[in-house]
Structure formats: C-alpha cells, structure tokens
Design a protein around this ligand. Sequence first.
Ligand SMILES: Nc1nc2c(ncn2[C@@H]2O[C@H](COP(=O)(O)OP(=O)(O)OP(=O)(O)O)[C@@H](O)[C@H]2O)c(=O)[nH]1
Ligand SMILES: [Mg+2]
Length: 332
Amino acid sequence: MGAARGRGRRKAPRPAAGRAIDPAGILAKGEGASPPPGHRSGFVAIVGRPNVGKSTLLNRLLGQKLAIVTPKPGTTRRKLLGVCTRPGGQAVFFDTPGLERPDSRLGRFLLEEVKAAWAGADVVLFMTEGRDEGADLRALSLLEASRAPVFLLINKVDRLRRKEALLPLIGRYARAGGFEKVFPISALRGKGVEELLQALLARLPEGPRYFPEGVLTDASEGSLAAEFVREQVYRQLHREIPYAAAVRVVEMRRDPETDFLRIEAEIYVERKSQRGIVVGQGGARIKALGQAARREIERRLGEPVFLGLEVRVKPNWRQREAALRELGYAAE
Ligand SMILES: Nc1nc2c(ncn2[C@@H]2O[C@H](COP(=O)(O)OP(=O)(O)OP(=O)(O)O)[C@@H](O)[C@H]2O)c(=O)[nH]1
Ligand SMILES: [Mg+2]
C-alpha cells in the first residue's frame, strides 16, 4: 500500500511541567507512600455528551494539557486517566468519550469506555453545556443508575450573556433529579473549578495515595503522541475526515548518534480519496499537521522530537473488529 510522508523538526521546547509514566510504573492500589491521617482519595469519571468540555476540564484540573481538545464533537475516543494530588487528598480522574447512542463498532467501543470509567467511579461528574436537558437525560440513560454520587457540572458559563439565565437552568436540571450537587463552571477560563475540586476531595472516601506525587497519568508517551497527531487531524481537516481517521505510533526510539527522540506514526483513513486530502497539495497538509503535532508532543515530553508521518488506507476500519483492535480501540 502506498504511503505519503511528512517530516519536521525544530528547536528545543520548554520542559513539560509533569511527566507521563508507563503503566508498569504505577503503584498497585494502596502501595503509595503512607498518606497523612484523614487523607481522601478515589476515582472520578467525567462524563457527558460530545463537545461539552470534558477534556478541557481534565486539562484545567491538572494545570496542563494532557487530553486533546478540539471544537469538533467526538474528539475523545479512549478513557484517559489524570491524577490530581493535593496535600489532603488525591482524585484520579477519567476523561471519557462523548456519551451518545453508538452507530458503529467504534461507537460501541466508545460507550464501553464510558461505562468502564463510570462503573469504577467513587464520584461521577456529569457535564452539560445546559442547552438541551432532554438530550442530556437520554444520554445519561445509556448508563445504568449510578451507585456513586453524581455531581452536575454546567459548563461554559462564560458564554452566558446574563448571570440570571443560570438559575432557571439549574432549576430545570435539579428537577430532573439524581444530582447530589450542581456546579456552574467554565472549564476554559477556570471559573468554579477549584471549588469543584475541593468539594470533590471532601466527598471522596478516606484512602491511600494511589499514585506517587508527580505522576500525572498511566498513558504511555506513544499513545499521547498519537493523540496529538489526531488532534491536528481534527483541527486542520473537516467534514468526514477526522471521523474516518485513526493514528498509531509504530516506533519510538532514541537515535544513538544525535540523541534525538524519533517518533514514527501512521495516520489511517478509510478511502484513497481521504488519503489525498490528508496529504494535501504537494504534501502541504501533512507537513502542517506534522509541525503542529510535533510542537504539542515536544511540549508534553519536554524535549525536541523528530516526527515522521505516513498516511495509509484501511477500508471501513470503524466497522471491523480486527481493525479496531489493531488501532487500539479494544478493551484492555
Ligand atoms: N466558551 C467555552 N468553551 C469551552 C469551555 N470548555 C470547553 N470549551 C470548548 O468546547 C469545545 C469542546 O471541548 P472538549 O474539551 O474537547 O469537549 P469534550 O466534552 O471533551 O468533547 P468530546 O471529546 O468530543 O466528547 C472546545 O472548542 C473547547 O475549547 C468553556 O468553559 N467555555
Ligand atoms: Mg474530549
């Protein structure tokens, strides 16, 4: 199969503020350094319909960019763990794919990812932009009734022209019932997020530090790099292309001579015509994608990288179990 290539490198970026570790590096439940008495900890699932701002909230809570964010719905495809450690407690968040009725095998996997995060949560954050409570409640009904307390987050309050608009909104959702607390927030601007975190930590059970201080996630550097490439596909390409695209890192190694980290990734699309669009005229699009993705990867890893991209065609991958597994969309 033909492949198109785009490459690029640039000067050293700022160092990353936190580090990602390999799953093998995680301490098993309860093995962390002994926490102070009264220490609280637990798992928190962030769920809600596509595009409401779940990934933006995760990044805001962590104080740095871990999850990819785009203006298009359907960006997140795997649950992503992010650890928030404070002196008195540790909240382990799961960002999840947008909650909606599946229309493909990929969609079924996305719903399973949400269910897995939901089932293991001590507290659930159900996020809405407050536009359509009927659609929110239908989405919520895709999940079983929660045993964990559910906090309702009304996000994007920075977009409300009048503050008074918030009250009836809160009233409508409160009547829908089942929410232990309601938090109006702006994940983008940070408004209300610290208050939310404090309320969350107070609501978590007493427990150990599951992750050592400084650990941010269990996602591998390779999977984060693949996500940053996919983010650019969502940002720079339109119509069906982002939804037909998947990214896989096939190689990550340090060049012994230059000490440069070399990342080779493949972008998969479903049709040859889509491949042409991703490559662009004279390779212009793939070059721009690669440059923007490389900058994000460098910021995350805290060092310059060499990013090689290839575009390949995998017909109908969203409907094929084996293809989904190959692309990392299968339960662990
Ligand atoms: N104005 C405003 N925009 C926001 C806020 N939070 C998120 N957004 C924007 O909403 C869009 C979607 O944000 P994401 O964080 O990707 O949303 P998501 O819920 O993770 O979306 P999926 O992964 O598709 O389910 C992006 O353009 C964000 O910048 C907010 O508080 N205010
Ligand atoms: Mg998301």
